[in-house]
Ligand binder design. Structure first.
Ligand code: SF4
Ligand code: SF4
Length: 71
């Protein structure tokens, strides 16, 4: 599956495991810069705006979000 999370030149980024995401919107509600959006059944994270605050990770009830190092 193509991951729609944009890649960016930075050391790490929040990634979504779409096999576990239930599109509940909990992460959208806690993101301070509002860089997570739900479009139909696709969750998008604007990595240019993400501050890597990590609030979305524990807010996810299914553990679908994680912080991963860039390759
Ligand atoms: S790490 Fe923070 S800024 Fe980035 S998507 Fe999660 S809640 Fe939003
Ligand atoms: S909180 Fe988790 S399950 Fe809910 S929309 Fe965000 S990534 Fe998906």
């Amino acid at each position: 599956m193509v991951n729609p999370v944009k890649s960016a030149v930075r050391s790490s980024s929040v990634v979504v495991d779409y096999d576990h995401c239930s599109y509940c919107g909990a992460c959208v509600a806690v993101c301070p810069p509002d860089c997570i959006t739900l479009h139909d059944a696709t969750l998008l994270i604007d990595t240019d705006v993400c501050t890597l605050c990590r609030r979305c990770i524990p807010a996810c009830p299914t553990g679908a979000l994680s912080l991963e190092d860039a390759a």
